[in-house]
Design a protein around this ligand. Sequence first.
Ligand SMILES: NC(=O)C1=CN([C@@H]2O[C@H](COP(=O)(O)OP(=O)(O)OC[C@H]3O[C@@H](n4cnc5c(N)ncnc54)[C@H](OP(=O)(O)O)[C@@H]3O)[C@@H](O)[C@H]2O)C=CC1
Ligand SMILES: N[C@@H](CC=O)C(=O)O
Ligand code: NA
Length: 430
Amino acid sequence: MEKVIKIGLLGLGTVGRGVYRILEENRENIQRRAGVKLEVKRILVRSLEKERGISIPNDYLTTNINDITNDPEIKIVVEVLGGIHPTLDYVLEALNKGKSVVTANKDMVAQHGQRLFKAAQNNQCDLLFEASVAGGIPIIRTLKQSLAGNCIEEVFGIINGTTNYMLTKMSQGGCEFGDVLQEAQAKGYAEADPTSDVEGFDAARKIAILASIAFNSRVQLNEVYTEGITRITADDIAYAGELGYNIKLLGIAKDRTEGIEVRVHPTFIPKDHPLATVGDVFNAVFVRGNAVGDTMFYGKGAGELPTASAVVADIMDAARDIVRNVPGFIGCTCFREKPVLGIGETISKYYIRLKVADKPGVLASIALVFGNKEVSLKSVIQKEATGKTAELVLVTHRVQEQNVQDALMDIKQLSSVLEIANVIRVEGEK
Ligand SMILES: NC(=O)C1=CN([C@@H]2O[C@H](COP(=O)(O)OP(=O)(O)OC[C@H]3O[C@@H](n4cnc5c(N)ncnc54)[C@H](OP(=O)(O)O)[C@@H]3O)[C@@H](O)[C@H]2O)C=CC1
Ligand SMILES: N[C@@H](CC=O)C(=O)O
Ligand code: NA
């Protein structure tokens, strides 16, 4: 049995620092639980001069990846650099040299998971990525192991901390989009390019990973319908409140007989739904299994120590597998091939905000178009009548999305409709 397992850390930013800290501060517990001592040997960074606010021996840092991948003493490589290039090459190189890999990189796992799993399998190594989805929440291990006896029917939830932080602040009023994004960046929650957060790409990567594991069928990133939060206005937030909802950016995946539904978009959630009160940087993931029923997992989805908590647990699992000589113990679980349904085939309720001419008969003409497309309206509110223009806020019953899209195409043609200001899906109601 190896007494010490040496680790190569790729990256010493928000997450890398957290990993180093936890391994130092919880050293004794970690050693006892893993059954082996874990030591960081080298750390790859871009700059050796940067002030890092953490005490690390100088000779640990390197800017040369070969110092890690070519070191036979290093058995586990922890990738917290981010991005695809050159990261993917570094990780493949590590796996091909027989090193187990732990990563927090949803971008790389969502786009290149199959290739990485193959390399891990060929080289009998672990490839673990718990931190890549919902930060500190143990959700990947839960799906792969704790709920393995179930057929999973649905996985959905708040899986981006940055946008949840932003929507929470914006719904409290008086906060500008740009200011709250800057706050989330300063707290270390946002991606290197925060467009990934606010446009929903980060959540799309995560729901692609979750759906692939939950339904045992690989969901490609380009199959995930994705909308971010950039079109949400203070008006939408106010109307949501008035109608009894909060707005959350959700990742949603459902296993239907015809195929897999997988999407990311802002969503109206009833205020009494458990997801509606998940605020700040917290994430929450609902999982419905055919045996266990409904389960919900809650915790911090981003930030230094919560994310590093998941990374360190993966390092310990990889170390246990090395000690027991079973690396690659739980590999790829995609053994089915199910189609992913187009957004038009999904079913939901819809909030629709229209700017219309303030004159008699407008509402009736709009209702007629919806009726023709078999979209039934649950509620209609008229707002801000100025004598010239008015705002109509409609909520539909559950309906296939294609019917709503078709109705909106026709509604756009009505001369009394000035603008389709926003359309937001409503979930979480019976
Ligand atoms: N921040 C968070 O809350 C979460 C992040 N993640 C994921 O974790 C990963 C890391 O994120 P985070 O810690 O926030 O990122 P940071 O930008 O804070 O840190 C990145 C680190 O990687 C180093 N680095 C980047 N590119 C290179 C390169 N080409 N060569 C050498 N070193 C490089 C940087 O070096 P230097 O310091 O010298 O610039 C820095 O130390 C990403 O994949 C992210 O998506 C996952 C969950 C949550
Ligand atoms: N930018 C991400 C970080 C964790 O995955 C987020 O905000 O959730
Ligand atoms: Na996680």
